[in-house]
Write a protein that binds this ligand. Structure first.
Ligand code: AMP
Ligand code: MG
Length: 319
């Protein structure tokens, strides 16, 4: 399929080098990862990182995830520990972010880490992200490519939907395979999950051979992904509904349904939670763009990746 937007570029070697050059000049680009699309810039450069915060309208207290190509490079900036190594060896590269202590000698921009003593690090699995990191001499700060508190993008067109032509290069990596942001785990102390994702607490508990739970206390905000309002389509979202209550309301359904309606949007006809996670942002965005005034959502089973789906829906539904 031909892209109609001139800033969406095929991820061939020529364009990867173009992206590299842009990033080396402190510009930011749209980058595909297996979770969602990111806005990527040089994590060692205050200038690049400032641009990311500015364009996303991201509050300065909300730190960015730093993407590395390998463990050797990450060790320059964070203090690793046994729990990290166990998880890394099974799950990386992949959709999981680790909070670790920052090294005193770290070159990561203090603006990127919001002046914290910790850094969130990740090793993306997407081929394009890996290839680009392979060409660079520094890690990439890459938060999701959306305006702060809004829906994350899962395709290059979504990035254009968010930022129009403000981002000059968006590397096309197709549709995001997972479609939900990474699981975030804090490993600076007793392991705890700050944001649920496709890598579940059960899987993590098994690898670490101890029970790791999702941290729910909201008094002290450890990760602004924990802020009450987030992942919002910009119209009210109501959870656990069976029907839509008026003509301007769309209904997101899950599993087999017998009634057909152009106001119904199915997350997964098969009732598959992974497919539902993958469709969630795409469907929320579609409903918003069709001009509906509110969204009702069926009950989503709260197991496996369903926990992450419900987490995002809960935050999208907060007023
Ligand atoms: P995004 O990249 O937009 O999906 O957001 C990244 C998430 O990681 C945000 O919720 C951040 O607050 C969180 N995060 C980044 N660095 C840290 C850190 N040092 N401690 C806790 N959470 C972090
Ligand atoms: Mg985000």
């Amino acid at each position: 399929m031909k892209n109609i937007y001139p800033n969406i570029l095929k991820s061939n070697l020529k364009n990867l080098y173009r992206a590299k050059k842009n990033i080396e000049n402190n510009n930011i680009i749209g980058l595909p990862t297996e979770t969602v699309y990111g806005l990527a810039g040089n994590a060692y450069s205050n200038k690049s990182v400032k641009k990311i915060f500015h364009i996303k309208k991201r509050p300065s207290y909300n730190p960015l995830i730093i993407h590395f190509k390998n463990l050797k490079n990450a060790k320059k900036d964070v203090v690793i520990n046994n729990n990290f190594l166990k998880l890394y060896s099974v799950l990386c590269p992949g959709p999981i972010t680790f909070i670790l202590k920052k090294k005193h000698t770290s070159k990561i921009s203090k603006i990127a880490s919001a002046k914290k003593k910790t850094i969130a690090i990740r090793f993306p699995k997407h081929n394009v992200a890996k290839k680009l990191l392979g060409l660079l001499k520094f890690p990439l700060a890459a938060p999701s490519a959306n305006i702060s508190s809004k829906l994350s993008p899962t395709s290059p067109n979504d990035v254009v939907d968010e930022f129009k032509d403000k981002i000059k290069i968006i590397l096309d990596g197709g549709k995001s395979k997972i479609g939900l942001e990474s699981t975030i785990i804090d490993l600076t102390n007793k392991p705890r999950i700050l944001r649920p994702g496709s890598i579940t607490s059960e899987k993590i508990s098994k690898i670490l051979n101890k029970r790791v739970t999702i941290y729910k206390k909201t008094k002290e905000i450890k990760s602004p992904g924990q802020l009450k309002i987030h992942y919002s389509p910009g119209i009210p979202v109501k959870m656990n509904r069976i029907i839509n209550s008026n003509k301007n309301e769309a209904l997101i359904v899950f599993g087999k349904i017998y009634k057909k309606s152009n106001k119904y949007f199915n997350l997964s006809k098969k009732g598959d939670l992974n497919e539902a996670a993958n469709n969630l942002y795409k469907i929320l965005r579609k409903i918003k763009n069709k001009g509906f005034k509110s969204i009702a959502v069926n009950k989503i089973p709260n197991v496996g990746i369903g926990i992450a789906i419900n987490d995002r829906l809960r935050k999208a539904s907060n007023k």
